[in-house]
Design a protein around this ligand. Structure first.
Ligand SMILES: Nc1ncnc2c1ncn2[C@@H]1O[C@H](COP(=O)(O)OP(=O)(O)OP(=O)(O)O)[C@@H](O)[C@H]1O
Ligand SMILES: [Mg+2]
Length: 141
């Protein structure tokens, strides 16, 4: 039923829990393709651009790899292959667009993220993805 999964990671404890659940699900399901996606919300600074010779993609990718390292390490440690993607912009919009373009059949994410102070059940990214996603969404508590 689920053969192409998109896992959205912002580096939060909630997202790390979502990656643990994803790992368990992937082990149970077997033949699944999994993509780890991080959306960067701030464009590189002028100094960073100059330092990297305006290679924006590598810059974003390196920053994102640092943020999703825990998830990548967990997948590697059990030998699960994955694809890594980085995007720049509004996280919910990017997650929804990628899910549509890539024809994913499941999105997995945390219920809250890096700003869990407000007393609401779901973060704004989870809420928007849940509302507009083209496929089922698994929100990990
Ligand atoms: N920049 C991002 N890139 C990838 N996934 C993200 C990103 N931001 C949030 N997510 C996903 O959405 C989940 C919920 O985070 P969300 O941002 O909605 O909550 P929050 O940070 O607590 O609240 P808010 O951002 O609305 O103040 C995260 O656990 C993660 O799975
Ligand atoms: Mg957030």
């Amino acid at each position: 039923m689920f053969s192409k999964i998109l896992l959205a990671i912002d580096g939060s404890e909630h997202a790390n829990r979502a990656s643990k659940s994803t790992l368990e699900l992937v082990i149970q399901l077997g033949n699944v393709s999994i993509t780890i996606l991080h959306v960067s919300t701030s464009a590189p600074s002028r100094r960073e651009l100059l330092q990297t010779n305006f290679d924006v993609h590598s810059l974003l990718e390196n920053q994102a790899h640092r943020i999703v390292r825990e998830t990548e390490d967990a997948f590697k440690s059990v030998g699960i292959l994955y694809t890594f993607q980085v995007a720049l912009g509004d996280p919910a919009t990017e997650i929804i667009d990628r899910a549509k373009e890539g024809e994913y059949d499941l999105i997995i994410m945390g219920k809250r993220g890096l700003d869990p102070l407000r007393q609401v059940l779901l973060g704004s990214v989870s809420q928007k993805v849940l509302q507009h996603a083209p496929c089922p969404v698994m929100i990990v508590k």
